[in-house]
Design a protein around this ligand. Sequence first.
Ligand SMILES: Nc1ncnc2c1ncn2[C@@H]1O[C@H](COP(=O)(O)OP(=O)(O)OP(=O)(O)O)[C@@H](O)[C@H]1O
Ligand SMILES: [Mg+2]
Length: 367
Amino acid sequence: MATVTLKNITKIYSNNTYAVKNVNLEVADKEFLVLVGPSGCGKSTTLRMVAGLEEITEGEISIDNQIVNDVPAKNRDIAMVFQNYALYPHMSIYENMAFGLKLRKYPAKEIERRVLDAAEILGLHKMLTRKPKELSGGERQRVALGRAIVRKPKVFLFDEPLSNLDAKLRVQMRMELQKLHNRLQCTMIYVTHDQVEALTLGDRIVVMEKAEIQQVSDPINLYENPRNMFVASFIGSPAMNLLKGVVTAENGDYYFQDRANKLRILPQHNAKIAKYKDKNVVFGIRPEDIYDKIFAQDARPEFTLTATVDVVEPMGAEIYLYLCSGSNSFVARVSNQDTAHINQDLQVVFDMSKAHFFDPETEEAIF
Ligand SMILES: Nc1ncnc2c1ncn2[C@@H]1O[C@H](COP(=O)(O)OP(=O)(O)OP(=O)(O)O)[C@@H](O)[C@H]1O
Ligand SMILES: [Mg+2]
């Protein structure tokens, strides 16, 4: 059992700015929780406070319902893996993994058993006598993981552990980490600025920006129901399109209007959108929910507008079309069979069942 609870956690460094502001979070036993957000949003600071490497300005952190604010890092039963995994270059892989246990005066037999177990799990058993410089980046990262595993901690903390690896290795290590979590069945908190890594790894994801939590959710709900414009544009690639316009009403229907363009808002949203009549709104739509009319299933004129193709970006399985219409620019993610070309006027259809609307002042989702 290992739960981690953060209650009203705030961190102010000596420069008097909030690095972390009033964060509340409950990490369940055996959960894989990911903290994601842009550079400087407070992810590492949050993690380091859990580890005991950073003093807490305000609030309480508990591990297994025991407040640990005053418990030193070495007594928190936590193992942390960093981006720069800093192995000891003069020690073998075995010695690198055994080092922490030796310091803690574990019996030699126990150390050997744990190191061999971890090496087996991580596929390092044939390399134990090598030095770090004789390993690839991915293998070195696995040694760093091994060093954490042998400790059998209550909680694993990861701070961007894969960002030194090339793209292909990162994907591979992502799978390894998932398998590891499955096998070890322990609580993990993982920090990254990469939203793909967050979506693929997390049971739950915490999106942070400007020292505060923006949303906590499972990956699918986060993608489908972002709470505000920041989360909407941060999660997903290419990002959700955010179009500016006004809500108009006609014969009981509501429309999103941008100059001459009009798109009908589906009636199930009438109750929520009514109070924005004649007001500015931001219409959010993901690139995969905009279709070239030729390929659209439901090409009714009230969901269709004409856009000029600015750029065509073939991505292999699909094509990104950068489009411009009215006063808005947006991206559509279409099939690689699409033949649209630059400067063409293209009829594009919006799947309005996937529409999001935001209040431009609060930036909160209307629906
Ligand atoms: N030791 C420090 N002294 C003063 N300010 C700090 C210190 N460490 C971090 N900060 C500031 O606190 C804020 C949060 O930093 P933090 O390292 O937690 O961000 P992060 O989300 O991990 O970013 P990144 O993705 O770049 O690693 C930043 O504005 C940073 O400049
Ligand atoms: Mg960081």
